[in-house]
Ligand binder design. Structure first.
Ligand code: ATP
Ligand code: MG
Length: 706
């Protein structure tokens, strides 16, 4: 049917059409951001349906649930009703469905909160620090192992830290078994192991004629192995991805699996898309200047469509609250905007401001709320006690923060009775508890006075008093020391709270505001024009206007992500650079980069990535220095030519030393050296002497472009 086919290919360029209509067989589409990978994949689905495949012969993998929704919506527009039957979703949801369809009933699944709770308990039993960051690190590492099909028994560990990890991992697995539940990775591992059974394997190999995978660069070993086996029969794997956007290495994803497709399916058709349809030249130029610094990547040509827009805006506000207020001013025009940040804590200021001005927004990170961090809740307990000295829960929460050596729970009853008998509040009665040591009596008297005095302070002064005079910071330091946890990350919520407290007259007002924020976060508004999310969550999405905030040193690259063995430092550094790259490339028209002069009350430098790109930073100026991305000389002409011609032209098929070549950008040259490349970009590296000097090129890739 010609019209349907026209519709499927409408608006696509030649390379894209080639991908959409590729004959049956493996296809790998490697291309940069905004080049239409997801578009091509969606059209490919429609094309396959049009070619007579039935919906239930297809399996389509997206990276997030949001991406699944998006793709289903796009499919519904052209092929109504088809996406319901189709296996389309994240690896987890698809594999779960496979198990169900095979007659299995997977046990209940552990939610993220429960998982964290378990790790907290296990660490507690081992008397180890159990702050959120540590728990997060453990869960990532567990995911890393399971993504590689490694279970605790298989871990060979020697260092004490690693032994501890193995023990926690194994306690976690045992508890899951005992309670008869699974985590999400167990779904993947279940399918992985079922595939060893011929019955299961044959059924599913047959069932899925076509496998289509988006964001292939973030696939892990288990997922890859499963896919390869599923595709082994019909050999119709359609993979799209971009190695420059691989950002889940810390959880076991590996962009090298993209290249492994060519090994496992030597007949794979490789298609490269070069045009970025999403962004303006300014945005593309900036992103290229950033990613070019990565060494572990496939070299590639990326061009824009010539759209020009506004200049890149560079901000250095005074502090985070100031940054938030400036964003709010921009948001008044009601345009679609996304605010992206490296860590969730950084969303605090902007969320506060959005709530204050009653502007609808959507946080693409579920349940996170800054005001529920334990440090915040601890300090709130002091504030509550100040206004209600009979608040038993609040008192119990902070009695040993800092240490006042009142252990067990008996004192609670004793205090209660004592207070009633003497007609005192709990807080007042505290120093009169029987059996206290003299130094404890002193502690409690002091504490009583300090807590009462909080009532007459501004919110910020009260928080400062809790931290300094009452000694909450001392508690955090002792906690970090005793447990060996990271003091910087423990202190962060405390510093952030101080900043959050600034606008409020007293502690009560601050807590009321926090309640309002919680309430707003509980009713997410997906349709809101303003979207907030981490760089990680922004993958695959696009927005007219993007604000990248908090671009500080220590944040980007994040210092925690660099705490890896020496030999993995560079890789970690580059992954953070890719993360920034993903953020920048989400923008269609307008991009704002911002790093406040202070971060959580302290002076802070800007991200080294910004410096690499030529941002000065650290200047004391009221005006915003506006950055104009440098244009490559003759960039436009080059762009035009590279659309029409292969990048590198050879007179012979095989490359050899001494051969004359013609390069679109560098002109005529002579090959001086040919070397084999292994690893990230296997193939051949050639050194070519051009008039302007020696250049190192990747032969296979250069040819691909032709
Ligand atoms: P990412 O790497 O960020 O996931 P992507 O390669 O998946 O990006 P898409 O999201 O598919 O890119 O496309 C980016 C934008 O470009 C979309 O708005 C899409 O509609 C548009 N687009 C894609 N192909 C074309 C084309 N041939 N002509 C015009 N616009 C296009
Ligand atoms: Mg995409």
């Amino acid at each position: 049917n010609a019209t349907v086919k026209e519709m499927i290919l409408s608006g696509l360029n030649e390379e894209q059409c080639r991908a959409v209509t590729a004959p049956e067989g493996p296809v790998a589409v490697f291309a940069g951001p905004g080049s239409g990978k997801t578009t091509v994949l969606t059209r490919r689905i429609l094309y396959l349906l049009e070619q007579g495949n039935s919906a239930n012969q297809l399996m389509v993998v997206t990276f997030t649930r949001a991406a699944t929704r998006e793709m289903k919506a796009r499919l519904e527009q052209i092929a109504p009703g088809q996406s319901k039957e189709m296996y389309i979703g994240t690896f987890h949801s698809l594999f779960f469905r496979m198990l169900r369809e095979s007659g299995e009933f997977p046990p209940p699944l552990l939610g993220a909160k429960e998982q964290a709770g378990w790790i907290r308990e296990i660490l507690g039993q081992k008397e180890q620090p159990a702050d959120e960051e540590t728990i997060g690190t453990y869960l990532n590492q567990i995911g890393l192992c399971k993504g590689n099909a490694i279970l605790p028994g298989q871990l060979k560990v020697q260092k004490q830290k690693n032994v501890l990890f193995r023990d926690v991992f194994s306690a976690y697995e045992e508890r899951k078994q005992a309670e008869g539940v699974w985590d999400y990775d167990d779904i993947l591992l279940a399918v992985y192991s079922r595939l060893k059974r011929p019955g299961f394997r044959d059924y599913w190999q047959n069932r899925f004629r076509h496998l289509l995978v988006d964001e292939f660069q973030d696939i892990n070993r288990v997922q890859y192995d499963v896919l390869i086996q599923l595709a082994a029969g019909h050999r119709c794997l359609f993979a799209v991805g971009d190695d420059d956007q691989a950002i889940y290495g810390f959880r076991g994803s590996d962009p090298r699996f993209m290249l492994k497709i060519s090994e496992d399916f030597p007949e794979a058709r490789r298609i490269i898309l070069t045009v970025n349809y999403r962004s303006t030249e300014e945005i593309i130029g900036l992103s290229e200047r950033l990613i070019r610094k990565n060494r572990l990547r496939q070299p590639k040509t990326r061009i824009g469509t010539g759209k020009t827009g506004t200049r890149i805006n560079w901000w250095e506000p005074e502090d985070e609250n100031d940054e938030a207020r400036r964003i709010l001013l921009c948001l008044r025009d009601g345009k679609e905007s996304a605010i992206l940040f490296r860590t969730l804590t950084q969303a605090r200021a902007i969320i506060d401001e959005l709530v204050r001005r009653n502007i609808p927004f959507f946080v693409n990170d579920g349940s996170y709320s800054f005001y529920r961090r334990f440090q915040v809740q601890d300090m709130f307990a002091y504030l509550k006690l100040a206004s209600d000295p009979n608040d038993l829960d609040a008192l119990a929460r902070i009695i040993n923060k800092p240490k006042r050596y009142l252990f067990g729970e008996e004192w609670l009853d004793a205090l209660w009775n004592l207070a009633r008998k003497r007609n005192l509040s709990l807080l007042e009665a505290l120093p009169h508890l029987p059996g206290l040591e003299p130094y404890q009596i002193r502690y409690f008297k002091e504490m009583r006075e300090h807590v009462f005095s909080l009532k007459n302070m501004s919110a910020a002064a009260a928080i400062r008093a809790i931290r300094e005079t009452i000694g909450y910071d001392r508690y955090l330091k002792a906690f970090a020391q005793e447990t060996g946890s990271d003091l910087t990350s423990l202190m962060e919520p405390a510093d952030e709270l101080l900043l959050a407290a600034e606008p409020f007259s007293d502690g009560q007002a601050l807590m009321e505001h926090a309640k309002k924020v919680e309430a707003r976060l509980k009713i997410p508004d997906e349709q809101a024009k303003v979207k907030l999310m981490t760089f990680h969550r922004s993958k695959g999405l696009e927005f007219d206007r993007v604000f990248l905030i908090g671009l500080h040193a220590m944040v980007l690259p994040h210092y925690r992500s660099l705490q890896v063995p020496e030999q993995r430092k560079n890789a970690a550094w580059e992954e953070e650079r890719r993360l920034f790259y993903v953020g920048i490339t989400r923008a269609r028209k307008e991009l704002y980069l911002s790093a406040s002069k202070t971060r959580q009350g302290k002076r802070s430098g800007i991200s080294p990535f910004l410096k690499e790109m030529g941002f000065a930073g650290g200047e004391e100026s009221d005006r915003d220095p506006v950055l104009q991305p440098k244009r490559l000389p003759e960039a436009a002409a080059w762009r035009q030519r590279s659309r029409e011609q292969p990048q590198l032209r050879f007179s012979h098929e095989e490359v050899a030393q001494g051969m004359r070549v013609n390069h679109i950008k560098f002109g005529e040259g002579v090959v001086t050296e040919v070397a084999r490349l292994e690893g990230v970009a296997p193939g051949r590296k050639i050194m070519v002497r051009f008039a302007d000097g020696l250049q190192s090129l990747h032969y296979e890739l250069s040819r691909q472009l032709g």
